[in-house]
Design a protein around this ligand. Structure first.
Ligand code: ZN
Length: 130
């Protein structure tokens, strides 16, 4: 289990190095790596970790699902937008493992998306193969 502490209400964290460590320690040469978030207001994605792009992605999520736009769930916790944004992005990614390494493309990074922070978050990493 990977644990991270986010520092903003919405934020994207590059967790590639942490996941790579799990792959290395697993000793698995060929297989798949599942990265899964155990939360309902976070997401995972593969994309480029360019600061301007990460900002664009967060802005896009705000445009698609603005905060406080009359959602029913806001009567409780007031974080409906975060659940809805997370639902659009998805809560897991799967990456092939080849020759003991994550088979990521040149610009691809594993990105954890915080949508209702700051909070302590848990991410499950499972590597399956031989
Ligand atoms: Zn909620």
């Amino acid at each position: 289990m990977m644990e991270i502490e986010t520092s903003n209400q919405s934020e994207i964290v590059d967790i590639t190095a942490g996941v790579e460590r799990y792959v290395r320690e697993s000793g698995i040469e060929d297989g798949i790596c599942l990265v899964y978030s155990l939360h309902t207001t976070t997401a995972l994605m593969i994309n480029e970790a360019d600061d301007a792009l990460l900002n664009d992605i967060l802005k896009l999520m705000e445009r698609i699902v603005p905060q406080g736009a009359g959602y029913k769930h806001d009567r409780g916790e007031g974080n409906a937008h975060a659940h809805l944004q997370a639902a659009l992005l998805g809560s897991s990614v799967v990456i092939p493992v080849e020759k003991g390494k994550l088979a990521l493309g040149r610009w691809q990074r594993i990105l954890f998306v915080e949508l209702d922070g700051p909070r302590k978050r848990r991410i499950s990493v499972r590597i399956i193969g031989e």
